[in-house]
Design a protein around this ligand. Structure first.
Ligand code: ACM
Ligand code: ZN
Length: 759
């Protein structure tokens, strides 16, 4: 009996797989449905098609569908009581499953009729229509052909989220609605609205008008890379009135999207403190922040601050009908608390061990209040520090460990690890993209994400509510740019959280996605074409002493053409077939072509080949595990890192010095030694105090030939005349502990270095 059952399950899995392989590519539905069968024939949708909805409450969905048809096809459909005799109708009917599966739907398209099965008043009806609009032809017409299909669909996860930071850059209500429309297109059901931060408070609170007369405005904004430390002096800001928020909440509800508002505490509170300085430990007047980062002025733990937050919650909670209120909790430095009499008294009175337990006390106290109003809190994974509040859900962003820890403690968790779910990261090689915060999260990586960590047993897995992507907007300046960062990665995430794991298929997804781009064009949604990117990788050649350059792209999307003289490649340029041997300084410019058409962007990169390139290198202290891309070879691989940082172009040491010995293998005459360093104080990365260069003939006894410091925030260089040597040693002394007033104060600085070049 058991064997039979197993066999049956296996058969289902296999048949699902077969369906997915052959049909996923032909139907441009994203996220792909759980079960989907394609049949011959079409339904013809026209202005004479009728909607039959006698027994179900679906007016909201019908209105939405008619609006869509009106906007994009120029007609609407009439609603009638009975099935027309001659067919050609869309019918909403009661499902035969037991009640409670509000997101499930069946959609059957036959030549005669379209039938939608879902519970009344439910998201299922809406999702059926979202699937249906993806099956409509892109072109306008009087007779729209919809392929005959049978779809039975339901989501894999209950939390399918997208976040948006409106503090660093502000986005008006009109755009928030468009963003919600995009979420709805992908059957995402949770919009995490990050409403307060150091750079602007964005929600009207009637009891505290200064939050929006003062806290919503800053005197300027950081421009360009963080390391440039440049600001403009253009006043910047904006906020939403409570009336506008209500309007958005209603708009979202009609699209079955729940809004989770985030009110940040105890950190990321500068905008609030600048409005009401008594909220901080020092009570000093400070400005709304113009730049990015983590700041030391946080909410004090005195009673008057809690009273303020409770009063804010009293106005926030009634605006948002959802279950969760996000209370932030991330990146809250303890500097002020350590020297604040009131915070120290709090630690003593409450018998807390330290400031981490004080943070836990803070969150627990707020949780109690929020719970008393019938809501649950959710917070970033730092709320685990010092003990989790009894009913809190955790948003795991610093990797997946926070989610694992929460689930093991029987707390709900939403997975949003930086590695896969931060859409402010680059999605294609940084050199060809608009400035971003850093990181590298291409669409394939998003698609590959599995929200259930292996570490959890079957019972613990139930605590994983789902996953979410975050869009922090420090480097996202406007609506088009935001869409570009969100899409098409949001489409990939939608499939992660909706589609059964067994039928996910990257190749089929990318094929569907290319058809889906036409829909995005139609909806006037901007998106990146990063899937057509050409990635490059260098490694020591296996046959010569040179560096071998490998170019990679998805071969199902096109072929790589390249040039070696800096000119723009065309469909007639060299076809990339195997790794290119780099023998001298060279520029490789490449792009993807399909049927002679340029698909993505053109990528160009210089390779600097010199006496040190690809020579044996030893590092006295290995780089820190998280920043050890390729070991010592990374420093001699021909690639001078570009700014802003792409992690795989650097080696990083936490607190330690760099000491490298390069073996030139022959006695060489040298004239210059150069090495690059990174200055990125926001990320705790500091330039070294000093760099010393030494030489040796035996690799054992070294003689110093000079010391220097980093020039122009980037390179340390030593010029010499007619020195002959076999070994070169470079020692770069770590900056030491981070000075007070800077992010990470008191912690050991990081030392990041890149290419060593010897001429
Ligand atoms: C975060 O990215 N600071 C949650
Ligand atoms: Zn204090």
């Amino acid at each position: 009996m058991r064997r039979n059952k197993l066999f049956f399950i296996l058969l289902i899995i296999i048949s699902l797989r077969i369906i997915s392989q052959e049909q996923q590519s032909s139907l441009p539905i994203i996220p792909f449905p759980k079960e989907c069968k394609l049949f011959p024939g079409n339904f013809v949708l026209s202005s004479s098609t009728k909607i039959v909805a006698t027994s179900l409450k679906v007016q909201n969905e019908i209105d939405w569908f008619n609006d869509y048809l009106k906007t994009y096809y120029g007609f609407t459909l009439q609603v009638v009581d009975k099935e027309p005799k001659n067919g050609n109708y869309i019918q909403f009917t009661i499902p035969d499953w037991e009640a409670g599966y509000k997101e499930n739907y069946h959609l059957t398209v036959s030549e005669n009729a379209i039938t939608i099965l879902a519970e009344g008043n439910s998201a299922g009806n809406f999702y059926a229509l979202q699937t249906l609009i993806q099956l409509l032809p892109i072109e306008k017409g009087n007779a729209l052909l919809i392929p005959c299909v049978q779809i039975k669909d339901s989501p894999r996860f209950e939390w399918r989220g997208m976040h948006l930071d409106v503090s660093r850059h502000f986005f008006p209500i009109s755009f928030i609605k468009k963003y919600i429309d995009i979420l709805a297109l992908y059957k995402m059901n949770t919009f995490h609205w990050h409403l307060t931060d150091d750079q602007g408070w964005r929600i009207e609170i009637k009891k505290y008008p200064k939050l929006t007369t003062v806290g919503a405005w800053r005197k300027g904004t950081m421009v360009g890379k963080y390391s440039d430390h440049k600001y403009d002096s253009i006043p910047y800001g904006g906020f939403y009135t409570q009336e506008q928020i209500k309007e958005v909440v209603t708009y979202a509800a009609k699209r079955h999207v729940t809004i989770v508002p985030e009110i940040e505490m105890p950190g990321h509170a500068v905008a609030a403190i600048s409005s009401y300085p008594y909220l901080s430990c020092t009570g000093k007047q400070i400005d709304v922040e113009k730049g990015w980062g983590v700041f030391e002025d946080v909410f004090c733990t005195k009673d008057s601050t809690f009273q303020f937050i409770q009063n804010v919650m009293d106005e926030v909670i009634p605006l948002f009908p959802g279950k969760y209120i996000h209370i932030g909790g991330d990146e809250s430095p303890k500097t002020r608390w350590k020297v604040c009499q009131q915070c120290q008294k709090r630690i003593k009175d409450e018998h807390l061990k330290d400031e981490h337990e004080l943070q836990s006390y803070f969150i627990k106290r707020i949780e109690k209040y929020v719970n008393s109003k019938g809501k649950q809190i959710i917070g970033w994974d730092e709320i685990l520090e010092g003990g989790l509040a009894p009913n809190a859900a955790v948003m795991s962003w610093q990797g997946i460990e926070g989610g694992i820890a929460a689930a093991k403690q029987k707390h709900k968790a939403v997975m949003t690890p930086g590695s896969h779910c931060y859409f402010d990261h680059y999605q294609a090689p940084a050199s060809d993209e608009p400035l971003a915060i850093g990181g590298y999260t291409p669409i394939e990586k998003v698609y590959s994400y599995e929200p259930i960590p292996n570490e959890l047993n079957a019972e613990e897995q139930h605590y994983i509510l789902g996953a979410q992507a975050n869009l922090w907007t420090e480097y996202i300046l406007n609506e088009k740019h935001l869409e570009y960062m969100a899409l098409p990665r949001m489409a990939a995430l939608a499939e992660v959280v909706w589609t059964p794991k067994e039928i996910k298929n990257e190749t089929a997804f990318l094929t569907r996605l290319q058809k889906h781009f036409l829909l995005l064009d139609k909806l006037n949604i901007n998106y990146a074409k990063a899937l057509y990117k050409v990635e490059s990788k260098v490694s020591p050649s296996t046959t010569t002493k040179h560096i071998a350059l490998e170019l990679n792209a998805n071969s199902s999307l096109g072929e790589i053409r390249f040039t070696t003289d800096g000119t723009t490649p065309t469909a007639a340029s060299l076809l990339y077939q195997s790794p290119i041997e780099l023998e001298k300084d060279i520029t490789i410019t490449s792009a993807l072509f399909k049927s002679k058409e340029l698909k993505g962007k053109i990528a160009s990169r210089n390779y600097s080949i010199n006496k040190a390139t690809n020579k044996p290198i030893t590092l006295k202290t290995p780089p820190s595990k998280s920043y050890n891309y390729g070991g010592g070879f990374n420093l001699l691989n021909g690639i001078v890192a570009k700014l802003p940082r792409a992690n795989n172009e650097w080696l990083g040491w936490g607190g330690n010095d760099l000491e490298a010995i390069i073996n030139l293998e022959n006695k060489e005459e040298i004239s210059q030694i150069q090495i690059g360093f990174l200055n990125e104080e926001l990320s705790w990365i500091y330039l070294p105090k000093e760099i010393e260069f030494l030489i040796s003939d035996d690799g054992k006894t070294f003689t110093s030939i000079g010391k220097t410091t980093v020039k122009d925030n980037r390179f340390a260089k030593l010029q010499v005349t007619k020195i002959k040597t076999t070994y070169v040693k470079i020692i770069a002394t770590n900056f030491g502990n981070i000075p007070t007033g800077n992010p990470g104060a008191g912690e050991p600085a990081w030392l990041f270095c890149d290419e060593i070049q010897i001429q």
